[in-house]
Write a protein that binds this ligand. Structure first.
Ligand SMILES: [Zn+2]
Length: 271
């Protein structure tokens, strides 16, 4: 657990996303939850030392950000699209994946259920808790429902998966051009610290490198389409695996992620 500003903590060594929390004068506000049950329980005990959880913000519709909600108190807040994804998610599939990745944790999820948001929004909302302001801003990119959480008093922004800091990015549901626009909006926030969805905690100077990566992906797939390649040919030819490592633990999915990224961009850019 890293203390990244006066009242903000984040963790980037869990399997799954980088969750964080803010200690306000009226309780704790969490941003995303650990995916693995044992991590979630450890995280819950650490947070309990700082006060009760008032709100829990989910920044996107993928399970590595919301699967841990079950282990926490607090009112869940997210984009409307994230709520719909959580309602549609299968508990059985979640348990099946755990059986593969961490069978010892199965007893911890005996009565497991997803905890969907009670409060949703679609463009922007602001939460005031104690002395802190939480600006929740829909920034489509990695998915249409991506949100950033900006805490001006701490000069911190949680970018969710619009930023993968020096690890491979997942583009399987991406809106690539909107993603570039969203990165430009992130650059305008007055922040000193960026908590990316995955990878190491960084600062706003990394946003350009992230944008260059997305632009290179767009250029590679548009180029392949322009040369008349089929999807399969593009998937054979295009790989950015030499650019960044996979996150620890997800190395076996490296090639699969490249294929999915090409497939998504091919579908979006062919139109
Ligand atoms: Zn994601």
């Amino acid at each position: 657990m890293q203390k990244i500003s006066r009242n903000v903590y984040a963790e980037n060594s869990f399997r799954g996303c980088n969750p964080g929390f803010v200690v306000t004068s009226e309780g704790v506000v969490m941003i995303d939850t650990p995916q693995m049950p044992a991590d979630a329980i450890w995280w819950r005990d650490e947070i309990a030392k700082q006060g009760p959880v008032r709100y829990l913000i989910n920044t996107e519709p993928h399970g590595d950000h919301f699967a841990g909600n079950y282990f926490f108190e607090g009112t869940v807040v997210a984009h409307q699209g994230t709520r719909e994804a959580i309602l549609a998610a299968s508990v059985e599939q979640f348990k099946e994946r755990l059986k593969q990745s961490d069978p010892d944790s199965l007893p911890l999820v005996k009565n497991y259920s997803y905890r969907p948001p009670a409060i949703t929004f679609s463009e922007q909302m602001t939460l005031y808790v104690g002395n802190h302001t939480f600006q929740l801003i829909n920034l489509p990119g990695h998915t249409p429902y991506q949100i950033a959480v900006y805490i001006p008093e701490e000069r911190v922004v949680f970018t969710s998966d619009n930023v993968f800091c020096r690890v491979q990015a997942w583009l399987h549901e991406a809106l690539p051009h909107k993603w570039l626009d969203s990165l430009r909006r992130l650059e305008q926030l007055e922040a000193d610290v960026l908590v990316p969805g995955h990878g190491s905690i960084c600062d706003p100077s990394y946003i350009r490198e992230m944008g260059a990566f997305i632009q290179d992906w767009i250029d590679a797939v548009s180029g392949a389409i322009g040369q008349g390649m089929s999807l399969e040919e593009a998937q054979e030819k295009i790989s950015f695996l030499d650019r960044y490592p996979m996150e620890p633990g997800s190395e076996p999915m490296a090639q699969f992620v490249q294929y999915m990224n090409v497939a998504r961009l091919y579908q979006v850019l062919k139109k």
